[in-house]
Design a protein around this ligand. Structure first.
Ligand code: MSP
Length: 488
């Protein structure tokens, strides 16, 4: 079976990672873990986007060579993914030969095909975006995303014949309703494409820190053209057939590209057009998530209000941080990050609802059944466990539709229900008179909790493991352990 291939954007190495970056990567990790849990092969790709004028400038300002700067920053991203429990299968850097070489080959092939040609570029450029803007896009002369003054550029440039793909793109959107998600963003893109596509400048004459245009030493390849190709170069693609890895067939097309809303257009318009030009199949879905503000404000350098994920890990632990990001805001919408909201969810939902449920059940099995439960295969059907197993399909649909908060809502309904069941049943009152019934009841609770631990494992891998240990998986006795989430 083909691998389920999921990608994150390649992060710019211009600054250390913050919660925005963590969000996209964690979503990919949740999805990949879910697929692995369901017995599929998943392949998660992430990495860093290291070329371009902006990064060169920032490196120089820090008194460093861009390569050395990129090495250090790239390491910080890797370290953060390690700390956040992200299980990625590949990490690509756009400065690696395995990327640079096929990028140049692609450029050559498209030049030969006439999909790339030489012309003159005139327009406005925003450095932090590494994006060209039309005069009418600018807000009082500044970029609409960063608010930075855009720079007027006129230079000789290579162009990608994006205009050629206007109709094929529209046709693809129409025939593949799952291609662009969420749907409200799909309509924005469709309108944009319908209003007419211009050819795209894909080289820069003044930028040194980039991949050279083959055969033309004066130009480097535009960073976005370079970076987007990572999704296939990392999978072993080369337009030269004998240089292509057999792995490519197993990976490509990607099932999901996860991106933030501000880079949706690159992935929904330019990237599929590039793939069409290369005669390659298109990815299954490009999904755009929303943006986090922090305590009601946009994160920015001037405000200095970037949230460092490492700090959140220290304060609340990895799992609670992961949980909060996907519980608080429906994936696809914008949301506001607040320490208070995180703390209150931590105490109410993690420490109380989930943590207490586990402690209570484990403690009762320890006290009433000496930490061991008899297996009751015949009873299984009548049990809550059987009913819960059916919920797995509901969860499956939520998670595969990237409705992570909905999945967590479903899981928490079950947790509350299990807590109520313990309260109503009050096994401590029945254990003297009817120890067997209590054992059945606890068997049911433990089986339910084991299922639950699987469900939460993509979101909270460590807590799931701790639960499983307390629930005696692997033939160990069932034993109440330290609280999963000590109260804050
Ligand atoms: N290098 C490009 C992507 C190239 S992909 C071929 C880039 N890099 S980035 O470092 O700016 O990071 C992009 C990712 O971080 C996006 O998915 C973006 O949405 C996410 N976030 C950055 N700030 C964010 C928030 N404040 N909130 C949520 N996510 C945001 O773009």
């Amino acid at each position: 079976m083909k691998s389920f291939y999921i990608t994150t954007p390649l992060y710019y190495v211009n600054a250390p990672p913050h919660i925005g970056h963590a969000y996209t990567t964690l979503a990919a990790d949740v999805l990949a873990r879910w697929h692995r849990l369901r017995g599929r092969k998943a392949h998660l790709l992430t990495g860093t986007d290291e070329h371009g004028a902006n990064i060169e400038k920032i490196a120089r300002e820090a008194g460093k060579d861009p390569r050395q700067w990129a090495d250090e920053m790239s390491e910080r991203f890797r370290a953060l993914w390690g700390a956040l429990g992200v299980r990625y299968d590949d990490f690509i850097r756009t400065t690696e030969p395995r990327h640079e070489r096929p990028v140049q080959q692609v450029f050559e092939v498209l030049l030969r095909k006439g999909d790339i040609y030489k012309g003159t570029y005139e327009g406005w450029y925003c450095l932090p975006c590494e994006n060209f803007w039309e005069q009418e896009d600018l807000v009082r002369g500044s970029c609409p995303v960063h608010g930075k003054t855009a720079e007027k550029i006129q230079e000789e440039s290579y162009f990608f014949r994006l205009s050629r793909y206007q109709d094929p793109l529209l046709e693809h959107y129409r025939d593949h309703p799952d291609f662009l998600k969420p749907s409200f963003r799909a309509s924005e893109v469709t309108n944009f494409v319908q209003s007419g596509l211009k050819d795209l400048s894909v080289s820069r004459a003044k930028v040194r820190w980039g991949i050279g245009v083959p055969g033309d030493g004066r130009h480097t390849i535009y960073v976005w053209f370079d970076a987007l190709l990572n999704y296939i170069t990392a999978a072993g693609y080369s337009p030269v057939p004998h240089e292509r890895s057999p792995r490519f067939e197993d990976h490509w097309p990607a099932e999901v590209h996860l991106v933030g809303k501000e880079i949706f257009r690159f992935h929904a318009v330019i990237w599929p057009a590039m793939l069409m030009a290369l005669d390659l199949p298109l990815p299954g879905t490009v999904f755009a998530h929303g943006w986090w503000t922090v305590e009601g404000e946009k994160m920015s350098k001037s405000k200095g209000n970037f949230i460092d994920p490492q700090e959140m890990i220290r304060e609340f632990g990895v799992d609670a941080f992961r949980y909060y990001l996907f519980r608080e805001v429906p994936f696809g919408q914008d949301g506001d990050f607040s320490r208070r909201a995180l703390k209150s969810r931590y105490n109410a939902e993690l420490a109380n609802d989930l943590g207490n449920l586990l402690s209570r059940v484990a403690q009762m099995v320890e006290n009433f059944c000496a930490g061991r439960l008899p297996y009751r295969p015949k009873m299984q059907e009548d049990f809550l466990t059987g009913e819960l197993a059916k919920k797995t399909q509901v969860l499956e649909a939520s998670i595969e539709g990237l409705a992570f908060s909905q999945a967590l809502d479903t899981i928490w309904e079950v947790i509350r229900r299990l807590n109520q069941r313990v309260d109503r049943w009050a096994p401590w009152e029945k254990v003297k008179g009817d120890p067997d019934r209590v054992a059945f009841f606890l068997f049911d609770m433990v089986s339910s909790l084991r299922l639950l631990s699987d469900w939460i494992s993509p979101f909270m891998p460590q807590a799931a493991q701790d639960m499983q240990a307390q629930l005696g998986e692997g033939g160990r006795p069932i034993r109440k352990g330290p609280p999963l989430f000590p109260r804050k």
